[in-house]
Design a protein around this ligand. Sequence first.
Ligand SMILES: [Zn+2]
Length: 475
Amino acid sequence: MDSNSVLNIFREITTIPRESGHEEKMTAYLQKFASDHNLQCKTDSIGNVLITKEAAPGKEDVPTLVLQSHQDMVCEKTASSAHNFDRDPIRYEIRDGWMVALETTLGADDGIGIAASLAILESDLPTGRLECLFTISEETGMDGAMAIEEGFFTGKTLINLDSEDEGQMFIGCAGGVGVLAEFDYERTNPAMGQACLRLRLHNTLGGHSGDDINKGRINTVQQMARFLYPRMDSFHLMLLAGGGKHNAIARETEAIVLVAKDNAQSFINEFNQFAQTVAAEYHTTDPDLKWEASETVCSEKPVADEAKIRLISALVAVEHGVLAMSQDIPDLVETSTNLASVRMNRPGVIEVCTSQRSSVDSAKEFIADKVEACFRLAGARTVRTDPYPGWAPNVNSHILSVCVDSYRRLFGKDPEVKAIHAGLECGLFLEKFHDLDMISFGPTLRGVHAPGEKLDLESNEKFTKHLIDVVTSFR
Ligand SMILES: [Zn+2]
């Protein structure tokens, strides 16, 4: 077996439709692969597949190793592409040492992980007992990993084959939770002689609330609240809306306020000045902030002042950004929180959405408590949403030392040992399989989740060599 065996299987996989939520054909392919190779195979009710291969002679005493990848792929194509992901094989070419998808995603995330597992299953490599796990719907919420049942696999050591940088070994990821706050409010009659102003902050970089939280980017929701807070007595609030997904940094926020007619122009001037100050503060990390302040027309009544004060105070007080860095892994964010959005879509209720992450579950609980406490002090109702566990890095892990020794032996240098401040399926496995020893690695991919996704073929050779060495030397 070599990297060509992996590539050949991957080529076959590129012909199989497998958008998240529609993995039936991929599942059937795996089941057929198992029966063609006389391997035990089981599928759970949600569609996770486990193919088992018994130990080679003389390897019966080696502990079972789990190789894990996900069946689904992100299906994105260029605007002009006529590609049909339900039917058409992925078209790609080999260019400058890369396998590049032409108009779509390639699906090397995580088709290459599947291919590597299958290549090992069909090889005659002298390995211990192997369990190859293929989960579903990783890309849309890790449904497969979340629903997996206790005992579905029995190995206590798991290699996740869903990482994107050859030469990097991942040994941890963040868990997450959300705090949703609801402020009740009434609308009241405004004083006479008011002007209605629309204020906007937008065009910032935003980004992912895990990967980008330490990059010093502007949170437009919090900055808008920062402008309004010291001026609480000089405006009525009509509308405050900003941010989007819970896992994105808020890139755009709008406020509509009523101010005394005489005061309108100076309020606009102050906003422009404020925005310039913010732009100056972030001139390196988020340099393209845009803002507008203009008169508009409003017909509704303003939010009662007591609710306005509670809301804006909370949006200024609540934490946003990095709370702690890892004590074991250099430059890894350990704990963070994202003030994601504020919405007034439902009558009488203002919703504020936040999300917290940490590789240390107890630290995740504490930051969620802090955020929740802040909103409760401000008289809001709160609920916790979608908790999922983290995977705390263990620098003394056995599989880590096996993988590092092997890499050193093969390539004469150390791999980088890292963790990420985002979710991986590994975190979810820990919920049901408490004493799992895990690691994640893979070949180099670029542009994943976007048309033109590509696989570095040389990195695939190194990855394959390394994986073969690890599965044969593991004990
Ligand atoms: Zn993936």
